[in-house]
Write a new protein. Structure first.
Lengths: 113, 111
């Protein structure tokens, strides 16, 4: 599974847009890019998944350039409750590939008032 | 509830004791995963089941770790003769269409 690199930590303020970029230079053709969020004392929670271009849901947007060697998770107008660790993952997606998830160390996002 | 549940949520064991951690996946989910998460680190894969079959146990750190899912639903992760380095959060996840749903984890502390 492709290795990912993301910042160890980031700080921002309430109401700001936060962008977390992840590098995955060795991404394979059939790999999807997935982001998870983890709060203290909880298991990781799926945020968003994409293959190319842009994906948006009610929580976040995911921007993937044409070469797919990086991706950016965008959180609009963050609040204190967005303080968490965010993991970027790449791997085969879809029901047919129930593959293990390789987590890195994640990005620890701290939101301040 | 409709989510993945794990029990106990917290477990304290003396070094050398055996422990058993339980996972109740989302009903109908065929695939089930176990992960170990050390403090300040991301979760690390331990083992994977499809129904009752254990298809991948490459992440189990030693032969003291054993997992089972005899009826293809509830799973148990057993750790024999616990050591201090086994202290971690043990996460269980079951697979929906393209997303793994994680339980809250069991925090194991070995004294």
């Amino acid at each position: 599974l492709a290795k990912t690199t993301q910042p160890i930590s980031m700080d921002s303020y309430e109401g700001q847009e936060v962008n977390i970029t992840c590098s995955h230079n060795n991404i394979a053709t059939n790999d999807y890019i997935t982001w998870y969020q983890q709060f203290p004392s909880q298991g990781p929670r799926f945020i968003i998944q994409g293959y190319k271009t842009k994906v948006t849901n009610e929580v976040a947007s995911l921007f993937i350039p044409a070469d797919r060697k990086s991706s950016t998770l965008s959180l609009p107008r963050v609040s204190l409750s967005d303080t968490a660790v965010y993991y970027c993952l790449v791997g085969a997606g879809g029901y047919s590939s129930a593959s293990k998830i390789i987590f890195g160390s994640g990005t620890r996002l701290s939101i301040r008032p | 509830g409709a989510g993945v549940s794990q029990s106990p949520r917290y477990k304290v064991a003396k070094r050398g004791q055996d422990v058993a951690l339980r996972c109740d996946p989302i009903s109908g989910h065929v695939s089930l995963f176990w992960y170990q998460q050390a403090l300040g680190q991301g979760p690390e894969f331990l083992t994977y089941f499809q129904n009752e079959a254990q298809l991948d146990k490459s992440g189990l750190p030693s032969d003291r770790f054993f997992a089972e899912r005899p009826e293809g639903s509830v799973s148990t992760l057993k750790i024999q003769r616990t050591q201090q380095e086994d202290s971690a959060v043990y996460l269980c996840a079951s697979l929906g269409y393209d997303e793994q749903f994680f339980g809250p984890g069991t925090r194991l502390t070995v004294l």
